[in-house]
Design a protein around this ligand. Structure first.
Ligand code: COS
Length: 402
């Protein structure tokens, strides 16, 4: 499917909410015309992703995926900027959003825990679009249960040796490097995991098994057979990998909510445009109270997701600016609430938009039809809805929220 620029414009009223500063409003307003002007052939998802990364790099947008010290646009990774970027990109093209998001998620652990040398080697290239990044956490028997991972990392001459596999890896086979999480203490559960930076050309790494999805999204299984890494490939503390993965996800889960929001806003805009132009029984679809009630429900679902998303992003940015580490549990729970609510609500909104389109809604090539497929994986990746419920539930029991 080709990415077709739309004449529909995303709303901007939310940019004046107190969650955002002038810099966020300016960022979103600058991105709108840029995103609307891009024309990318998306028939081949891998080629399209490369194209989007190049464009996003050249446009300066990937600079929001890294901190200023490494060529980034802002001093720190700014959750509100990430949310607004993903929301706007997803409104136009879910694949553009994906290409952007993976640069951030795939390099986030290097931003959080990389040495100065690792940061300068990888982050600048991520920000320019010169290197494509990936985050490799999941395994066939360790999806939601991260601590159950089996990929083994053992000390070897001059470095490390990795044996095992990762799967469901976004940008697998496309990335220039992977942030890989592996067991360094097999019996220590979550406390026995270490992160590594693995270059795509590492000996013993096979990324050739691609996985086809219902919506365009480059994905692969990674096989490590005696994969050798230099000692300086270790990322962060030995056995500190689980917490590093969780801290990385805490940042990007709120941005998944932003992407869901962009798709939901697009579905609502498509539904409104269709309802106002489609004639039936001597009036437009929009003239029926039944339609008005549906649109009202959709708008409220979008806003509910939006407010939780912006709050989660603001909470993190505010705590970072104040250097308040004690806010971490509140931030995790807020990000989980945002991710769960925005993705679930977006699925409902898109389904309602599709229903309002009638037969056109299921015709391949209609925007709501592709959105219906695009949104589905967001309820699963970066922590399924059920994992978010678990995180929120634990926080409720601890008195962190509720
Ligand atoms: N930030 C920092 N530390 C965290 C943390 C966070 N957000 N969440 C948990 N931790 C710490 C805990 O405090 C605990 O530390 P101690 O060992 O010092 O007590 C440790 O990590 C283990 O935490 P917990 O016991 O909660 O881990 P579980 O094995 O029960 O796993 C879930 C918790 C299910 C929440 C976790 O495995 C998860 O997020 N799963 C989903 C993974 C995912 O998103 N996959 C998608 C991959 S990207 S597409």
């Amino acid at each position: 499917m080709s990415f077709v620029p739309t004449t529909l414009v995303p709303p901007t009223a939310h940019l004046t909410l107190p969650f955002f500063g002038d810099e966020h409003e300016a960022l979103a307003r600058d991105l709108l015309p840029w995103a609307a002007a891009q024309v990318v052939d998306e028939h081949d998802d891998r080629a399209a992703c490369r194209d989007w990364v190049q464009r996003l790099g050249a446009g300066g947008w990937l600079r929001y995926c890294v901190p200023a010290a490494a060529g980034g646009a802002l001093e720190r990774l700014d959750s509100r900027a990430l949310v607004l970027l993903r929301e706007t990109l997803a409104f136009h093209s879910p694949l553009a959003d994906f290409a952007f998001a993976m640069q951030g998620l795939g390099s986030g652990a290097i931003t959080l825990a990389g040495t100065a040398e690792q940061q300068s080697r990888y982050l600048r290239a991520v920000a320019s679009g010169e290197k494509i990044a990936a985050f490799a956490l999941s395994e066939p028997q360790a999806g939601s249960d991260v601590a159950a991972m089996a990929l083994r990392a053992q000390p070897a001459a001059n470095g490390w040796r990795l044996d095992g596999e990762k799967t469901w890896i976004s940008n697998g086979g496309l990335a220039d490097f992977y942030c890989v999480f592996a067991k360094t203490e097999p019996d220590a559960g979550a406390r026995g995991i270490t992160a590594f930076i693995v270059d795509a050309g590492a000996p013993g790494l096979d990324t050739s098994e691609h996985i086809a999805l219902m919506a365009p999204h480059p994905l692969a299984t990674l096989r490590f057979e005696g994969c050798t890494l230099p000692a300086d490939a270790q990322l962060g503390e030995r056995n500190g990998g689980f917490k590093l993965a969780m801290r990385t996800l805490d940042i990007f889960r709120a941005s998944v909510a932003g992407a869901a929001l962009g798709m939901a806003r697009r579905a609502l805009a498509e539904a409104v445009a269709h309802a106002q132009s489609r004639r039936m029984f001597g009036q437009t679809l929009a003239d029926f109270q039944l339609t008005q009630a549906k649109l009202g429900e959709m708008a409220a679902l979008v806003d509910a997701g939006a407010l939780l998303t912006y709050r989660a992003a603001w909470l993190r940015d505010d705590a970072e600016a104040r250097g308040d580490a004690s806010a971490a549990p509140t931030i995790s729970a807020a990000a989980a609430m945002a991710k769960m609510t925005a993705t679930e609500n977006a699925q409902r909104v898109i389904d309602m938009a599709l229903q309002l389109h009638g037969g056109l809604g299921v015709k391949v090539g209609t925007k709501v039809e592709s959105l219906y497929r695009d949104i589905r994986s967001l309820r699963i990746y970066e922590g399924a809805t059920e994992v978010q419920q678990l995180i929120i539930g634990k926080a409720v029991l601890k008195g962190t929220v509720g």
